[in-house]
Design a protein around this ligand. Structure first.
Ligand code: 13P
Length: 251
């Protein structure tokens, strides 16, 4: 059994309703019957409609960009994991560096979100990654290890088997500066090794680890050809149907 290859599009805070509908329809139209799983992660307002667009398409799934860990209550402006699950969302991005930076999300808070997502039968896409100063100081492996340890290593093996990881070096996000295939491979292999040390070799082998950060049609093939890179979490290039589908097809 091989691990699942995934290309997920994180639209971030982009696209009005009409633009999002057109983008999703255009992507779905272009995707052939491939084995790679394609996950669309639009802003919340698109999710309900896109559930009807992606329904019945074997290799396309719906993802959210965030959730609250409580099921309901007085949390103005928030959307719960339970609500997402109720409209057919199957994946939720958690711990994106932009949420860590702009919304002060900590490793401990993310552990609660991961628990909520799993408890409703969905898959967390857990993001980790270092800032430039940490890479330059040479402590990036330890930094990422801490993020994973604090937010994911309380899970059981069964729970962890539902988690997708995404390594997104912050210095590569939206900067046009991609990690080299070797830099990505080094970190992905390291992440797999710490998963193996904690959960065992079999589960580590089956864990999907995505790369994110200025991934585009011109570099996705080389990145995805690395043995421990199982696909991508795509920002800017996921907003253009041709580019996104070209990345999907680069395996
Ligand atoms: P870019 O592809 O725009 O660099 O964004 C990556 C990202 O943050 C995906 O979650």
């Amino acid at each position: 059994m091989n691990r699942q290859r995934i290309v997920a599009g994180n639209w971030k805070m982009n696209k009005t309703f009409d633009e999002g509908r057109d983008l999703a329809l255009s992507i779905v139209k272009r995707i052939g019957p491939i084995e790679t799983l394609v996950i669309l992660c639009p802003p919340f307002i698109h999710l309900n409609y896109l559930a009807s667009v992606t329904k019945g398409i074997a290799n396309v799934r719906l993802g959210a960009q965030n959730c609250h860990f409580e099921n309901s209550g007085a949390f103005t402006g928030e959307v719960s994991a339970l609500m997402l699950q109720s409209i057919g969302v199957e994946y939720v991005i958690v711990g994106h560096s932009e949420r860590r930076a702009y919304f002060a999300e900590t490793n401990e808070l993310l552990a609660k979100k991961v628990d909520a997502i799993l408890s409703h039968g969905m898959h967390p896409i857990f993001c980790c990654g270092e800032k430039l100063d940490i890479r330059e100081a040479g402590t990036h492996l330890e930094f990422v290890s801490q993020q994973i340890n604090d937010s994911l290593f309380h899970l059981s093996k069964k729970q962890f088997s539902k988690v997708v990881l995404a390594y997104e070096p912050i210095w590569a996000i939206g900067t046009g500066k991609t990690a080299s295939p070797l830099q990505a491979q080094e970190m992905h292999a390291y992440i797999r090794s710490i998963i193996a040390a904690h959960f065992g070799d079999d589960l580590a082998f089956l864990t999907t680890i995505l790369y994110g950060g200025s991934c585009k049609p011109s570099n996705s093939k080389e990145l995805f050809s690395q043995p421990d890179v199982d696909g991508g979490l795509i920002g800017g290039a996921s907003l253009v149907a041709e580019d996104f589908v070209s990345i999907v097809n680069s395996f």
